[in-house]
Design a protein around this ligand. Structure first.
Ligand SMILES: Cc1cc2nc3c(=O)[nH]c(=O)nc-3n(C[C@H](O)[C@H](O)[C@H](O)COP(=O)(O)OP(=O)(O)OC[C@H]3O[C@@H](n4cnc5c(N)ncnc54)[C@H](O)[C@@H]3O)c2cc1C
Length: 370
């Protein structure tokens, strides 16, 4: 039985909570710090494909998950006027994994907080971090200092820990800005997307008759004037009436807004500091793989560290196991972005006749265990 490691997890988002849970289960001693002074989950909803639900189930959320959100039986693609291009059955696409779920961020976050077996120290961040051959000395902003075998940077797309691992890697704008909000729409019972010229509108159920709406537009810079307050409604004025109705909801006026960015460095570990989740490999949400990749990182990291041996070597093993899969996801997000720049009439024909094959190819490797 290898000696249990002392681990500090920095960040209590999805990746941090999942990592703390998975490491603790392997017998490790885990401290978790979170910069935000209280539990909060900003943003609207999350679509969780089969591999995501499988990973969360293995972590301990079990059947609980679909009860906290909504099962999503299919994906429907339409043109911006509401003409159906393709219907994809989730049970077939994600065969062998688990049913797909839509959930609010608040519900997923709360469920992860319920299972994390250690207290989270809120309002706390890293003040100093010094690596030596046999440990990492960390001083935290609450005055607590400690020596750890491993420090995990689960601190999101703007990760500060990434500075100690790969200072050259950073978030890169991928060409779209997006808005998202929650509203009532009991009639929308599946992942439903309307594709326009350079714009996309998506709605999926998250439980209790509510949907998460996501809208995006391709613009050269996030500072483009079309993205100014109020831009959202104007961009979709030529869309299907159902989209305009959803945009008439009061919540649309307070939608969360952000540029879509990715992190694509390939160095995720330096010495005994290692990155997980968005800190390592944030991706465009167009594959809805952020949660899956974060929770799979947690599982693989715990599994690898539990084997025992040279810690730095084990961290590199974790990186080598995870890089190909997360790179695959990023390449698929780029491919999807390229289809956005196609002439809409051509793109629509491509989806009408080829969407099933495209989805099958894009997701097939993710049905395998990580
Ligand atoms: C618009 C949009 C839509 C998305 N939709 C989906 C979807 O449908 N399905 C899906 O699977 N994924 C989706 N994603 C991706 C998903 O949200 C992320 O991949 C996931 O939340 C990553 O979690 P994380 O824990 O790595 O990072 P975060 O959620 O950013 O968590 C990082 C945590 O670290 C804390 N922190 C930061 N710095 C410090 C510090 N110095 N000290 C202590 N704590 C710190 C932060 O406060 C935060 O709590 C979407 C992303 C976006 C932008």
């Amino acid at each position: 039985m290898p000696t249990p490691l002392d681990v500090l997890v920095v960040g209590a988002g999805i990746a941090g909570l999942a990592t703390a849970t998975a490491l603790h289960r392997e017998g490790m001693s885990v401290d978790v710090i979170e910069r935000s002074p209280e539990r909060r989950a900003t943003g609207a909803g999350l679509f969780l494909p089969g591999n995501s639900v499988r990973a969360l189930t293995a972590l301990g959320l079990g059947d609980h998950l679909s009860g906290l959100g909504a099962l999503v039986p299919g994906q429907r693609m339409m043109d911006h006027r509401g003409r159906v291009l393709a219907d994809i059955a989730m049970a077939e696409l994600w065969r062998g994994t688990a049913g797909c779920v839509g959930i609010t961020r608040a519900n997923l976050h709360a469920a992860l907080h319920d299972i994390v077996p250690v207290p989270v120290r809120h309002g706390v961040t890293v003040v100093s971090l010094k690596q030596s051959d046999d440990g990492v000395d960390v001083e935290c902003s609450d005055g607590v200092s400690g020596r750890y075998d491993v420090v995990v940077g689960a601190d999101g797309i703007r990760s500060g820990l990434r500075e100690s691992v790969d200072p050259a890697a950073g978030a890169r704008y991928v060409g779209q800005v997006c808005w998202r909000f929650l509203t009532d729409a009991p009639d929308i019972d599946r992942w439903t997307v309307w594709l326009g010229p350079g714009t996309t509108f998506l709605a999926y159920p998250v439980g209790e008759g509510r949907v998460c709406c996501y809208a995006d537009v391709t613009v050269a810079s996030p500072e483009d004037p079309t993205t100014a307050v109020g831009g959202l409604l104007g961009l979709f004025s030529g869309y299907d009436q159902r989209v305009r109705d959803l945009l008439a909801a009061p919540a649309a006026h307070e939608a969360y807004f952000s540029p879509v960015e990715e992190v694509s460095g390939e160095t995720w570990a330096h010495g005994r500091v290692v990155l997980v989740g968005d800190a390592a490999h944030a991706s465009s949400p167009n594959m809805a793989q952020g949660v899956a990749m974060a929770v799979e990182d947690a599982q693989v990291l715990a599994e690898v560290l539990a084997t025992g041996g040279d810690t730095e070597h084990l961290l590199q093993q974790y990186v080598q196991r995870r890089l190909p899969r997360t790179r695959w996801v990023q390449r698929q997000t780029h491919r999807r972005d390229r289809t956005r720049s196609m002439v809409p009439a051509v793109r629509n024909i491509a989806f009408r006749y080829g969407a099933k094959a495209l989805f099958e190819r894009g997701y097939a490797p993710l049905r395998d265990l990580p």
